[in-house]
Design a protein around this ligand. Structure first.
Ligand code: ADP
Ligand code: MG
Length: 202
């Protein structure tokens, strides 16, 4: 079972990974965006880490709802409301249980990803974070490690796509040949989840 501490460690691991990869995320956002994705998420997840330390929510759902709210209020770019919605809606779907199962998490995350698609209007193949999140949620029914691999493959598979949503879509065909920054950061979020699960289970 997964408790509030597990979810807090997942968010902390994501913050550390986003910090390490911020320059790369921003570099990916240069040719097909406005070169701010790394700094946007770095600012957002740093704020998430400190609010979780300060308020120490005591259920998995409350950890994700607070993290999501913090991303929405600290990240100006498109990715803030989208990741914020992902975490907030996943947290709401987990309810107020003190511990949740892997299956509960898989189904709650599916709800969260559907909320992101409803908010942003993106479907798989539009060259967005959805291209990493949907395969990850599908694979999460098998294992955390499978979800990590699926998200990483999904991010890599955005390179040949033409963007149909977000800033990159303004470039039309010129968006082809570049990996999507948001799909790349979504893979970091899923990898941090898999790492956290590995550490807690040995
Ligand atoms: P901005 O585009 O406002 O500068 P960021 O650079 O932080 O915001 O985030 C860009 C990423 O957000 C993109 O790489 C893409 O993955 C994701 N994104 C943008 N628009 C959408 C959308 N409508 N649905 C899903 N993801 C989106
Ligand atoms: Mg940007």
């Amino acid at each position: 079972m997964l408790d509030a501490d597990f979810f807090r460690r997942w968010m902390t691991a994501t913050a550390a990974s986003v910090e390490r990869e911020a320059d790369r995320l921003t570099a990916l956002d240069s040719p097909i965006g406005d070169a701010d994705h790394g700094s946007n998420l770095h600012r957002g997840f740093t704020a998430v880490r400190s609010v979780l330390e300060k308020e120490a929510p005591d259920t998995p759902g409350a950890v994700l709802v607070l993290a999501g709210r913090q991303l929405i209020s600290t990240v100006g770019g498109a990715s803030g409301p989208l990741y914020g919605t992902l975490l907030r809606r996943t947290g709401k779907a987990l309810g107020d249980a003190a511990e949740v199962s892997d299956t509960d998490l898989a189904s709650a995350l599916r709800t969260g990803v559907e909320a992101v698609m409803a908010l942003g209007g993106a479907a798989p193949g539009d060259k967005t974070m959805i291209d990493a999140l949907v395969p990850a949620v599908d694979a999460l029914d098998r294992s955390f490690a499978a979800a990590r691999t699926a998200a990483e493959e999904g991010a890599l598979a955005t390179t040949p796509l033409q963007a149909r949503k977000g800033r990159a879509s303004y470039l039309g065909e010129r968006s082809i040949g570049h990996q999507d920054p948001g799909a790349t950061s979504a893979a970091l979020l899923v990898a941090a989840l898999a790492d956290t699960a590995e550490v807690s289970r040995g």
